[in-house]
Design a protein around this ligand. Structure first.
Ligand code: 5AD
Ligand code: SF4
Length: 466
């Protein structure tokens, strides 16, 4: 597999400088998953590299980019709605450049729709196009009316892409791109292409730089981090990569997502147990509790195998917490199948659950499957699942009261005068404290909970106990 290195595009920078009297401003909005947010940070970095300033609102921008998500229809509809709202801005400022990129822009039917019905969209490029944005913009500024392309999948990795990170203390660090699993409901393998792992040395270098820059929480990203290394020349897996990163000394904690249960093994769990800087929290999307549905989803595990993995983690990692993704109403899911999902959720005791009603994605295998259940039936199942989860998790969250915990302070809380801090296990606690603590570690005494949100009192600032 080819690894390319980003190079500054001087011609594009010159085209930008020539086109505007003052430095132009760019506004980038990302939708969807963390991977996409990280891509958005790179889009901003690349735009800065060719002379753009970064705007906080579309109204202030000379260039607006929507970095889109295709995982569910609802997300796509939101994007189309938001693009529609830009028409007015374009009428007020005909020189405004509007671009659509990311996962939606990888789908031919979306590109066609943009072409036909959104004439004020100037640029369309897919997930592979971040490093080529300067060249595309130069074409547009050089007189091309519209640049709508669906780049062929390059299957390459690009290192050294400039990045403008959103936070000074939490960072995303992709370890691999793409997905080879082809779960039958999922569009991701079609839009993000085949799995490509970054070389351990490149990841280590970026990780060291983040730690040296004072980043306190670093989240390793991949659609399925447990496939890490499969296409690399050296024999290395994800647990080995974690071991390598944990040799870096520093004041940080490390998370990762997402783990596919079929590939997450004992070695990974043993590694998490061994290193204090690895968060004791596993996001292990189960998707469904019925073996028949799991097989139809092409997930390659049974409910029993999943529960064995959870059991091993509970035994091996003291205090471990779990979160999961669940799809309700997959084609052909019966009431009996759904009962098995409820049972499984009860057995595991998740701290957090991300639940989705199945959304049909053109081009996936599941889109061909008969889907007799009505939306009302699916919505009813969803409500029951959420109720069960609340009944199980709210008391479990509240039961943490009385403990002192280390948190990373992320920002303002909902109540005035409070801040939100994230625990190692991914739960959030709200506690009264001065704003100057944002971005710092703090010790917090947990006093109770409001639903899934813990409440607490500051014990000591700037202190991290493992
Ligand atoms: N419909 C509903 N949910 C989906 N997900 C992925 N594809 C679909 C779909 N077509 C969910 C899965 C996945 C999460 C990121 O999004 O639960 O784990
Ligand atoms: Fe989609 Fe499955 Fe790949 Fe996750 S592992 S991105 S759900 S195909």
């Amino acid at each position: 597999m080819e690894t390319l290195t980003y190079t500054h595009n001087a011609a594009a920078a010159a085209a930008v400088a020539a086109a505007y009297d003052a430095p132009p401003m760019a506004y980038v909005r990302s939708y969807g998953c963390q991977q996409n947010f990280n891509d958005g940070e790179k889009l901003r970095g690349v735009l800065q590299d060719i002379g753009f300033g970064i705007a906080d609102a579309p109204e202030q921008a000379d260039l607006i980019l929507f970095n889109t998500c295709a995982v569910r229809e609802h997300a796509e509809q939101r994007v189309f709605g938001n693009i529609g709202a830009l028409k007015k801005l374009k009428e007020q400022n005909p020189r405004l450049i509007i671009g659509v990129c990311g996962c939606m822009a990888q789908q031919p039917q979306v590109v066609e729709k943009l072409k036909a019905s959104y004439p004020y969209v100037d640029l369309v490029f897919g997930v592979d196009g971040i490093d080529r944005l300067p060249a595309l913009l130069a074409r547009r500024l050089g007189g091309a009316r519209r640049c709508l392309e669906r780049p062929a999948e390059r299957g390459a990795l690009v290192e050294g892409v400039p990045i403008r990170r959103d936070s000074g203390f939490r960072a995303w660090l992709p370890v691999m791109y793409g997905c080879d699993n082809f779960c039958t409901y999922c569009i991701v393998p079609y839009v993000r292409g085949r799995e490509r792992s970054r070389a351990p040395a490149d990841i280590l270098a970026e990780f060291r730089a983040l730690v040296a820059a004072g980043y306190k929480e670093i989240t390793l990203l991949g659609q399925n981090v447990n496939s890490y290394g499969k296409n690399l020349p050296q024999p290395v897996d994800f647990a080995d990569l974690l071991e390598l990163l944990c040799t870096v000394p520093g004041d940080y904690r490390l998370r990762f997502m997402t783990s596919h249960p079929k590939d997450a093994g004992k070695k990974l769990i043993d590694t998490v147990a061994r290193h204090p800087q690895l968060c004791k929290h596993l996001h292990l999307p189960v998707q469904a509790g019925s073996d028949r549905v799991l097989a139809a989803m092409n997930r390659h595990y049974t409910a029993r195998q999943y529960l064995e993995l959870i059991d091993y983690a509970k035994k091996t990692i003291p205090g471990v917490t779990f979160s999961s993704d669940i799809i309700v109403g997959f084609p052909s899911e019966t009431e009996e199948d759904f009962q098995k999902t409820l049972e499984l959720v009860k057995t595991v005791g998740y701290m957090q659950l991300f639940t989705f009603i199945y959304s049909k994605r053109t081009g996936t295998k599941a889109a061909q499957m008969p889907d007799p259940a009505t939306h009302a039936e699916k919505a009813g199942r969803m409500a029951r699942l959420l109720k069960l989860q609340e009944e199980a998790s709210f008391p479990a969250v509240a039961a943490l009261a009385g403990q002192d915990v280390t948190v990373l302070v992320e920002g303002a809380g909902r109540r005035p005068g409070t801040l939100d801090g994230r625990l190692d296990n991914n739960l959030v606690v709200e506690f009264p404290a001065p704003e100057s603590l944002v971005g710092q570690w703090a010790r917090v005494h947990l006093t109770g909970a409001r639903a899934a949100l813990l409440t607490g009192e500051l014990v000591q600032q700037n202190r991290k106990d493992d």
